[in-house]
Design a protein around this ligand. Structure first.
Ligand code: ASP
Ligand code: MG
Length: 407
């Protein structure tokens, strides 16, 4: 008998019919003999609707009140699912985050879980009940309701699984697993039977938005096996777990990409201490996240400094740097917000040489100019012009034969 935490996202509980369907799946797991804790999101569109209501009253609602409001979405779903389960003859009990006592810090709208009091949950499980917990929410030390940031129900599920030492945390969603790349770009993309935490973090942060990234970090830290599955289709989904050394790893597991990139170059800055800080300090102070950073080797006494930011931050970053650049005596400030990033990801890269050069060769054959390159142990990323995104991803998927399952 296993202890399973299942999480169902907003689409999976988007209507009474769908909630009934989820109840059937949960009760089937119970009948197989497993102990089941279910975490649910708000019904699809509900959190956005609530945010919209608040914004009709104030442009920047107080974060504490916003959390009181947003937490109601999930409270509706836990009650409805418990009602549906009971109707099927499956004993169940619902809990809000505060009722479980999912203790968080007091950072409203983006709280972090500190501790979970799992005693009540265990008591219900041993009494044979399914425990239905509201995702995305907790309570701070002073009893204020908090929420964990958009997509936070994934993190609730993983945190509960870690606290209960569950055998598996299953994330049910509207896709049937993690793919080698986005099937809308490459129709031959293949569902991965498994992927490591490290790879998933790279894939997720690069735009494969299947899971809230924090939940993957959490699962890796506490070694909770995570499985992504479809609520609408039978199947094994994708298991996200640690790398097993005895397993032959494919060299490349997937291709991630990010469309929302922009790059900025400060041309001809003096090559002296404090330049990187002088440029990126004001950017960091404005809470703009920087991704890739490249500084050229100085030819004369000056150098070029290039970095990438999210496209929505582009014009703000340029505005900030206009004064900074002239203050430093830079020759010019240039930028391009029609660029994208493509990355190949795989733990197998560690033990294989020549992966980056194969990537560059593939792109050159297609006549795609690479504007920036960065590498890590399990990833090679390139920045290319926006118009080459689809072509580049398809060519790489082909070159690394990702449509074929590893033997
Ligand atoms: N309902 C919240 C959201 O829409 C949390 C979640 O679904 O995970 O972001
Ligand atoms: Mg979600």
């Amino acid at each position: 008998m296993a202890l399973i935490v299942q999480k169902y996202g907003g689409t999976s509980v988007g209507s009474p019919e769908r909630i009934r369907h989820v109840a059937e799946k949960v009760s089937a797991a119970r009948q197989r003999g497993d102990d089941v804790v279910v975490v649910v999101s708000a019904m699809s569109g509900e959190t956005d609707r609530l945010v919209g209501l608040a914004h009709q009253l104030a442009p920047r609602p107080e974060p504490r009140e916003l959390d009181v409001l947003l937490s109601t979405g999930e409270q509706v779903t836990i009650a409805l699912l418990s009602i549906a389960l009971q109707k099927l003859g499956c004993a169940a009990r619902s809990y809000t985050g505060a009722q479980v006592r999912i203790l968080t810090d007091n950072a409203f709208n983006k709280a972090r879980i500190r501790d979970i009091d799992e005693a009540a949950v265990r008591k219900d499980l041993s009494a044979g009940r399914v425990v239905v917990v509201a995702g995305f929410q907790g309570v701070d030390e002073d009893g204020n309701i908090t929420t964990l940031g958009r997509g936070g129900s994934d993190t609730t599920a993983v945190a509960l699984a870690a606290a209960l030492k569950a055998d598996e945390c299953q994330i049910y969603t509207d896709v049937d697993g993690v793919y080698t790349t986005d099937p809308r770009v490459v129709p031959q993309a293949r569902r991965l039977a498994r992927i490591t935490f490290e790879e998933m973090l790279e894939m997720a942060s690069l735009g494969s938005k299947v899971l809230q990234i924090r939940s993957v970090e959490f699962a890796g830290k506490y070694n909770v096996p995570l499985r992504v599955l479809s609520s609408f289709q039978e199947g094994e989904g994708t298991l996200i777990s640690f790398e097993e050394s005895q397993m032959e790893q494919p060299v490349i597991s997937g291709i991630a990409f990010n469309r929302d990139e922009a790059k900025i170059t400060v041309v001809g800055v003096p090559d002296q201490p404090g330049v990187a800080y002088g440029i990126l300090g004001p950017i960091a102070n404005a809470n703009i996240e920087v991704d890739m950073i490249v500084q050229n080797v100085a030819a004369d006494a000056t150098t070029d400094f290039t970095f990438t930011v999210h496209r929505r931050d582009y014009s703000q970053a340029i505005d900030i740097l206009r004064d900074v650049a002239s203050g430093m005596g830079a020759r010019e400030l240039t930028g391009d917000n029609k660029i994208v990033k493509i990355s190949i990801v795989g733990v197998g890269m560690r033990s294989h040489a020549g992966i980056a050069s194969k990537m560059f060769q593939t792109l050159s054959k297609e006549g795609i100019n690479i504007r920036m390159i960065s590498t890590s142990e399990i990833k090679v990323s390139v920045v290319v012009d926006e118009k080459y995104l689809e072509l580049g991803v398809r060519a790489l998927h082909d070159a690394f034969e990702l449509e074929r399952a590893p033997k």
